[in-house]
Design a protein around this ligand. Structure first.
Ligand SMILES: [Zn+2]
Length: 128
């Protein structure tokens, strides 16, 4: 971890966004949902401020996909959140490989949200 930003260890996530995204994931069950996370990174902490719906997002039973090339360059995108309809909020190999940005958040339905860095290390999530 030689990044100048240092290693991430926690995520701050607004409570109202938590309720909203869980509801969105439940509505789309059994399909996966994926949203981009906007916010900022500061001294080992990621602060999530809002979501962005990725262009051409398409839910699928196995994986939610979207076309990265359609994304405008945006430095405030710090990662993504997607659902695991199976209920296990554990990142798959693909999640870590193709994860966008340093923060990978997973919703394990019905109501669990966990966060990981790109190496698969779990990050503490503070709902604020
Ligand atoms: Zn996944």
């Amino acid at each position: 971890m030689n990044s100048s930003k240092g290693r991430l260890n926690q995520v701050y996530f607004p409570k109202d966004l938590k309720e909203g995204v869980i509801e969105y994931a439940r509505e789309n069950y059994p399909n996966e949902i994926i949203l981009l996370l906007k916010g900022r990174l500061e001294k080992g902490s990621a602060y999530v401020e809002s979501f962005v719906i990725p262009p051409l997002s398409r839910g699928g039973r196995t994986r939610a996909v979207f076309n990265m090339n359609l994304l405008p360059p945006d430095r405030s995108i710090i990662g993504s959140i997607h659902s695991h309809p199976s209920g296990f909020a554990i990142p798959s190999k693909e999640d870590l490989l193709y994860g966008l940005g340093p923060v990978i958040m997973i919703i394990g339905l019905p109501a669990e949200i966990r966060a990981f860095d790109k190496d698969g290390n779990e990050l503490k999530v503070n709902f604020i």
